[in-house]
Design a protein around this ligand. Structure first.
Ligand SMILES: [Zn+2]
Length: 398
């Protein structure tokens, strides 16, 4: 089955996939527990193959067995929403304080669409397809929990290839984009608390002020990054919050001061080095001011590292079926994080972006993913589903 044929078929049931997406959009759920979302999806996929359910999270692996034996291809759709109050203006907006502002509702519909196509043509499949419906992508480690629970070998041997699609509200409608190698950053948090000794603001020399060393250390971060890390292998450290003292008083030296920063890198070497360097900076600065410091790095996503051959395969399929102007070979990665990276550390594959620019918007002015005003054109679901199915056919052969 080639991509053009599959896309025509997917187009024929676009309406039902769009209405599924809009239903899911109205029941957004957060994190690893997605009871309603899972129940709605289960009704769509239970007749399409065997299903293994997650133990500690609401995940599902749908196993579609081909008529002929062969290896397994993994396709992944994430399921969770963000804690954002929706103001998109869509008629099917959510009202429960959460929002599918990252388009994972489209991803689920794409996963269901791919499942239908693969199930319908399973007589031509030389191998199997496992479709992962994965909770907790937005910083909850959902992919890692599924891997720990054994989802990679839920039915058979470890898959030989993995593919995932992510929609963007600011990318031209229907355009696919990706690149070999690093596609997205590794992202994690650094949480720092300087611990001094509180006292009277009139006599700071009798106390141990934690604010001064914290500011010094914070101000040294940009220099640490530019002087110790190559400009051609970027490191991003951005402070997102700062806390110290109480706004009701200026005459108190607080005993603690703390801040949190996001830390993003694009290579395994920098992932390790920046953590060592930041911790050292915090410790030496604290020591110089005779205070203590706690430095915690939260579990981080890895770099989304695309397999060269897998990306080339996706590019070839898209260009052959839809034309050259439907594929962008991205010159550089983006700094967002994504736990599909954990899957790509186990199975070679590709993560591919898909433009879902809403009607009447332009890429320059459209609200981005994660905005509470983001709108996505769900007419791209058919082509997304067709590409995932086509990739499975292409890898397994007919
Ligand atoms: Zn997302």
């Amino acid at each position: 089955m080639n991509l053009a044929e599959l896309a025509r078929e997917a187009q024929a049931e676009l309406e039902s996939l769009q209405s599924l997406r809009r239903e899911l959009h109205q029941i957004p759920e957060f994190g690893l527990d997605l009871k309603q979302t899972k129940a709605r999806l289960l009704a769509e996929i239970e007749h399409l193959g065997q299903i293994v359910h997650g133990k500690t999270l609401d995940s599902m692996v749908l196993h579609i067995e081909g008529a002929q034996p062969g290896p397994t291809v993994l396709l992944r759709a994430d399921m969770d929403a963000l804690k954002v109050v929706e103001e998109s203006g869509e008629s099917f907006s959510s009202t429960n304080g959460f929002m599918h502002a990252c388009g994972h509702d489209l991803h689920m519909a794409i996963g269901v669409g791919a499942a239908r196509l693969l199930h319908r043509h399973r007589d031509k499949l030389r191998g199997n397809v496992d479709i992962w419906f994965q909770p907790g992508e937005e910083g909850h480690g959902g992919a890692d929990v599924m891997i720990e629970e054994g989802a990679l070998t839920a039915f058979a041997e470890k898959p030989i290839a993995a593919f995932g699609i992510h929609v963007f509200s600011t990318l031209d409608n229907g355009v696919f984009a990706s690149r070999p190698g690093p596609l997205m950053a590794s992202a994690g948090d650094m949480l720092v608390t300087f611990k001094g000794v509180g006292g009277h603001g009139s006599m700071p020399w009798l106390a141990k002020d934690p604010i001064t060393p914290m500011l010094e250390a914070m101000n040294s971060i940009p220099a640490l990054v530019t002087k110790h890390f190559s400009a051609f292998d970027p490191v991003i450290v951005n402070i997102g919050w700062v806390r110290a003292g109480d706004t009701a008083t200026t005459n108190v030296v607080p005993s603690e001061a703390s801040f949190g920063a996001t830390v993003r890198t694009f290579s395994d070497a920098n992932f390790k080095q920046i953590r060592v360097a930041l911790e050292e900076l915090m410790r030496t600065t604290a020591k110089a001011h005779d205070v203590d410091v706690d430095v915690v790095f939260t579990p981080s996503s890895f770099v989304v590292n695309n397999d060269k051959a897998a990306v080339a395969r996706a590019e070839k399929l898209v260009v052959e079926a839809f034309g050259e102007d439907r594929y962008i070979n991205m010159p550089q990665p983006i700094a967002g994080g994504e736990d599909f990276a954990s899957i790509l550390r186990e199975v070679p594959g590709a993560f591919i972006f898909l433009g879902a620019l809403a009607d009447g918007e332009s890429p320059e002015t459209a609200q981005s993913n994660h905005s509470n005003k983001a709108r996505f054109d769900d007419s791209v679901i058919g082509d997304g589903a067709a590409l995932l199915a086509a990739l499975a056919f292409d890898v397994l052969g007919e």
